[in-house]
Write a protein that binds this ligand. Structure first.
Ligand code: SF4
Length: 350
């Protein structure tokens, strides 16, 4: 069976580390995810990404440190102020210590995200970073996942040990959210200007989004110079206004992961590729970041996602093993061989 000459040409470029352009991206996204060609595309992306980093993957932990009815008002998020059922709460010192102890028990957490709502108390957040920094091993980085933030605040975060920032200008920003796309983009630039790494994501992808919308969103990160890219499908959270559109399949998500992997691999700073939520098809299509989650999560109705949608460290290790990765990287890029013995030693077998 043959693939089209256009797909062959694009894959040839990717194998030779020639950057893919928007037209290439558009063509790849237009391929049916159920087709033979999608299978070839997903296999090529996985192979190129794995070859680049010695078949390694990373596990990151995310802790939601604040819950408030959020003025971001995102129509897909469980915390949007117009539709949330959550009361305000903040993670205490003891809970933080316990969650970090769980994540770091076997010293194989690459990085820890501390996540807030769109508006947050900077002083309290900086204190949380300082506490977390003392609790994690030296080989675990601390990352920020915060609302729109100025240059000075990011400089403060960098000074006390934050390595990078997750931030996105979402598909439908300003329409499906109450936030200004320009503010989102400026925050991304602020993070880079403060000397922090930038991690972004094409999100939240729903069945109604066009290929052109996806291309525009994917290239925001590519053109800024990200260290990580990712794809996230929108979860039809019950009660959120966009739940009526439904969800794309994990197969379609894996197809998009493959496209983003190939389009971003040539960005000089690009290191790892994520997917939300973790799924095996995407780890066979270029993704190599898995996220363990605890506390608040915009895709979950439970106040502690570890009890519902969120995956724990053991499930993350097992998923990476089942998807054929042979190394887990720590935050200093050192490698731990990922094999059956490691799963046994870390209590990660079912
Ligand atoms: S996605 Fe973030 S900014 Fe939007 S409502 Fe949820 S917590 Fe707020």
């Amino acid at each position: 069976m043959k693939i089209t000459s256009q797909l062959e040409k694009i894959l040839e470029k990717a194998w030779c580390h020639v950057p893919l352009d928007r037209q290439d991206c558009k063509y790849l996204l237009s391929i049916d995810e159920k087709s033979f060609e999608s299978g070839v595309l997903r296999a090529a992306a996985a192979s190129i990404i794995r070859e680049k980093n010695d078949n390694s993957a990373i596990i990151i932990g995310q802790i939601g440190v604040d819950v408030t009815p959020c003025p971001g008002g995102c129509k897909f998020c469980t915390f949007g102020e117009d539709h949330t059922n959550f009361e305000s709460s903040h993670l205490g010192e003891d809970e933080l210590r316990q969650k970090i102890a769980d994540f770091c028990k076997y010293d194989d957490l690459y990085a820890l995200y501390l996540m807030t709502m769109h508006t947050y108390d900077l002083e309290r957040y900086l204190q949380t970073i300082e506490s977390a920094k003392k609790l994690v091993p030296e080989t675990t980085q601390i990352w920020a996942n915060v609302g729109d933030t100025g240059l000075d605040a990011f400089k403060e975060m960098k000074k006390i040990g934050v390595t990078g920032v997750y931030h996105v200008c979402r598909i439908g920003e300003g329409i499906d959210t109450k936030l200004d796309p320009q503010d989102r983009l400026q925050t991304m630039r602020n993070a880079l200007d403060a000397g922090l790494e930038l991690y972004t994501c094409c999100e939240p992808i729903g069945p109604e989004h066009t290929v052109d919308q996806l291309v525009d969103n994917i290239f925001i990160g590519i053109e800024m110079g990200i260290t990580q890219h990712a794809a996230m499908r929108r979860v039809a959270v019950p009660g959120s206004p966009l739940a009526r559109y439904g969800q794309i399949s994990e197969l379609r998500l894996a197809h998009i992961v493959a496209v983003i992997s190939l389009c971003s691999i040539t960005v000089p700073t690009m290191a790892y590729m994520g997917v939300h939520e973790p799924n095996t098809l995407s780890y066979a299509a270029g993704a190599n970041i898995v996220t363990a989650e605890s506390g608040a999560n915009p895709r979950d109705c439970q106040s502690d996602t570890a009890k519902n949608r969120g995956m724990d460290m053991a499930r993350c290790r097992k998923m990476l093993f089942e998807c054929g990765f042979t190394n887990i990287r720590k935050g200093d890029e050192s490698k731990i061989p990922l094999d059956l013995n490691y799963l046994i030693e870390t209590d990660s077998l079912d």
